[in-house]
Design a protein around this ligand. Structure first.
Ligand code: HEC
Ligand code: HEC
Length: 500
C-alpha cells in the first residue's frame, strides 16, 4: 500500500483537513448567549447517534427478556445485571445515554459513531453540548488490568483503568469496578448530580428484583426524599454548597454508596465475561494451532516483536501470561494534540453554567501526572494515594498503553475509528506511520496538506516523551502495512472455519 493509493488517501483525508469538521461552533466577538456558544451536532452525526440509540434499545430489550428466566448461576446473574446496566440510558441525567453509547460491540466496545470518530474524536455527554477531553477506550479486557501499584524494580506505576490510570482499583480490588463509578456523575458524560441518583434510577428498573436477589434485599431499601425525581433530573455538577443534593439520612447514604459499588462491580463482571473479553481473535486461533497467519500477517507479527519493538509496551504474552497487548504501564509517545476536540472550546460556562475546560485552547492533557496531582476533581472515582504525588513529574503527559485487541474491529470497512487518547489518528496506517517517522519527517506548517504523510505536528507534550525507539523505526511502506495487517488479526469473533 502506498500513500498515492486512492483508498489510503480516503482514509487519511480526515486527519489532513481540519476544515472537514462537521461541528458547527458559533462563537464570536459579539458575545453570544451561552447556549449559542455551544457545539452543535451535524445532521449526519445526529442520524448515526439515532441508529446507535436504537441499537442500544434493541440490545437492552433482548437482555430484559432474559430476566423472565434468569440464570441460576451467580456468576451469570452478575453478568446479566452488569449488561442490563451497561445498556441502561436511564442511568444518565437526561435518560438518553447508556454507557454503551460510547462503547458498542461492533467497534470492539469503543465509540460507535464514525462521523464523531472522524471529526471530534470525543463523544457528547447526556447533556449533548458537553464533550469530554478524550477518546473512549475499549471496555473489553479492562477488568484484567491489575490494581494500580508501583513496581519499584521497574520504577513504574502499573495497572488501573482510564488513559491516565486514575481508576486505581485499590478500594474495591478491581480497577474496572472503580472506573464504572466515574461516568454516572461525570458532567461531560452521564451527568447525574449525585451517585444516589444512579441508585434511585436503578431501583425503578426491571432488573431490581435480580439485583436484590444477587446483592440482598437492603440494596434499594432507602428512604428517598420527596424531591428526588427533580433533583436527579438536573444535570451535575452539584453546587459547591450542596455536594450531595439528594438529601439522605446517614445510614441511607451509606447504603446507597454500597449499592453503587455493587452496581459498578456487576458492570465490571459483565465486562470480564466471555461475551466481551472473548479471546476469540485470529491471533488466538493461531496460538491454539487452529489457524495460520498469512505471509503478510506473519511478517507483521515478526516486526511487532522484532524491528518495530511494539511488544515492549503492547506485550504479546509470555510464560503464564495472557497476551493482552499492553503491559499496563504508561508512556508518552508524542501524539500530537487533536485540535478537533470540542473540549478546547468549552472554556465558557454553558447554558447551565458549567465550564468544562477553564484552560480553553491552551489545555494540555497531563495524563498520569495530572491524576497523581489530584487534578481530576469531578471525574475521579478512586482516591489518589498521597504517597504517589512525588511521582507526578516523572509521569507528566504519560498515557496508559492501551490493549490492541479489537483495534481494527469495525462494522463496515469505511467506518472510521479514532486512535490515541485524544483520537488524533483516524487510521491504523497513520499511527504506524507516526511510530515510524515522528522524528524523521519535518514539522508541518499551518494548514500543511502533507500532515500525517510527509510531516507531523508537534507532540501535544514532550514531557517524558519516549525517544529510544519510537519515532524512527526505519520501516518500509510494506513493513508498515504488514504491521497493520497483523493488528487486524486481533479482532474477536474469528471463526477458524471461515478463514480464507
Ligand atoms: C460519553 C461517552 C462515555 C460514556 C457514556 C461512558 N464512557 Fe467509558 N470511556 C469514555 C472515555 C472518553 C474513556 C477514557 C476516559 C479517560 O481516560 O479519562 C472511557 C474509559 C472507559 C473504561 C476504561 C478502559 C481501560 O482500559 O482503562 C471503561 C472500563 C469504561 N469506559 C466503561 C464505561 C462504563 C461502565 C460506563 C457507564 C457506567 C461508561 N464507560 C460510560 C467514554 C464514555
Ligand atoms: C513506549 C511504549 C510503546 C511502544 C514501543 C508502542 N506503543 Fe503503541 N501505544 C503506546 C501508548 C502509551 C499509546 C497511547 C498513546 C496516546 O494516547 O497518546 C499507544 C497507542 C497505540 C495505538 C492506538 C490504540 C487505541 O486504541 O487508541 C496503536 C494502534 C498502537 N499504539 C500500535 C503500536 C504499534 C504498531 C507499535 C509498534 C510500531 C507500538 N504501538 C509501539 C505505547 C507504545
Amino acid at each position: 500500500m502506498r500513500f498515492t493509493d486512492p483508498c489510503v488517501r480516503t482514509t487519511l483525508r480526515p486527519i489532513l483537513s481540519f476544515a472537514a469538521i462537521m461541528i458547527v461552533v458559533a462563537m464570536g466577538a459579539d458575545a453570544p448567549r451561552a447556549e449559542e456558544a455551544a457545539t452543535t451536532l451535524s445532521p449526519q452525526v445526529l442520524q448515526e447517534i439515532a441508529q446507535v440509540e436504537a441499537e442500544i434499545d434493541k440490545i437492552e430489550a433482548g437482555t430484559i427478556e432474559r430476566l423472565a428466566e434468569p440464570p441460576d448461576n451467580q456468576v451469570q446473574q452478575v453478568e446479566l445485571l452488569g449488561k442490563l446496566m451497561l445498556y441502561d440510558k436511564q442511568l444518565s441525567v437526561n435518560r438518553n445515554e447508556a454507557c454503551a453509547f460510547c462503547h458498542m460491540p461492533e467497534t470492539g466496545f469503543t465509540g460507535p459513531v464514525s462521523e464523531l470518530n472522524r471529526t471530534t474524536g470525543s463523544y457528547p455527554g447526556s447533556v449533548r453540548t458537553r464533550f469530554s477531553n478524550r477518546k473512549p477506550q475499549s471496555h473489553a479486557y479492562a477488568p484484567l488490568s491489575p490494581v494500580l501499584h508501583f513496581n519499584s524494580a521497574q520504577g513504574d506505576l502499573v495497572g488501573g483503568n482510564f488513559w491516565d490510570m486514575r481508576a486505581t482499583g485499590r478500594r474495591l480490588g478491581n480497577p474496572a469496578a472503580e472506573q464504572a463509578e466515574g461516568p454516572p456523575t461525570n458532567p461531560v458524560e452521564m451527568g447525574l448530580p449525585d451517585v444516589a441518583c444512579a441508585v434511585y434510577r436503578a431501583s425503578q428498573r426491571p432488573y431490581r428484583a435480580l439485583f436484590e436477589s444477587m446483592w440482598g434485599p437492603q440494596a434499594f431499601a432507602v428512604e428517598w426524599p420527596n424531591d428526588v425525581e427533580q433533583v436527579c433530573a438536573r444535570p451535575g455538577p452539584a453546587s459547591t454548597g450542596d455536594q450531595l443534593p439528594v438529601h439522605l439520612g446517614r445510614l441511607d447514604r451509606g447504603r446507597v454508596n454500597t449499592t453503587f459499588d455493587q452496581m459498578a462491580q456487576s458492570i465490571a463482571g459483565y465486562e470480564a465475561s466471555a461475551e466481551v473479553t472473548a479471546f476469540t481473535s485470529k491471533f488466538d486461533a493461531v496460538l491454539a494451532n487452529q489457524a495460520q497467519f498469512t505471509a503478510q500477517e506473519k511478517s507483521g507479527y515478526d516486526l511487532f516483536r522484532g524491528k518495530a519493538q511494539c511488544n515492549t509496551c503492547h506485550r504479546d504474552g509470555g510464560p503464564g501470561e495472557d497476551p493482552l497487548f499492553t503491559d499496563f504501564t504508561a508512556s508518552n509517545i508524542g501524539t500530537p494534540a487533536n485540535r478537533r476536540l470540542p473540549y478546547y472550546r468549552e472554556d465558557r460556562p454553558d447554558a447551565l453554567g458549567y465550564q468544562a475546560n477553564p484552560q480553553g485552547s491552551s489545555f494540555v492533557d497531563g495524563g498520569v501526572g495530572t491524576f497523581l496531582r489530584g487534578g481530576h476533581v469531578l471525574s475521579q472515582p478512586s482516591a489518589v494515594d498521597a504517597r504517589w504525588v512525588k511521582l507526578a513529574p516523572a509521569n507528566q503527559a504519560r498515557i496508559q498503553v492501551p490493549t490492541l485487541r479489537n483495534v481494527d474491529k469495525r462494522p463496515y470497512p469505511s467506518f472510521v475509528k479514532a486512535y490515541g487518547h485524544n483520537g488524533y489518528f483516524t487510521s491504523l496506517k497513520a499511527i504506524v506511520h507516526f511510530y515510524n517517522t515522528r522524528d524523521v519527517l519535518p514539522r508541518c506548517q499551518p494548514g500543511d496538506a502533507g500532515e500525517g504523510t510527509t510531516c507531523w505536528p508537534a507532540p501535544e507534550s514532550t514531557d517524558n516523551m519516549n525517544t529510544s525507539r519510537v519515532g524512527h523505526l526505519d520501516l518500509s511502506d510494506a513493513e508498515e502495512d504488514a504491521l497493520v495487517s497483523f493488528m487486524q488479526t486481533l479482532t474477536d469473533g474469528y471463526r477458524p472455519t471461515s478463514r480464507q
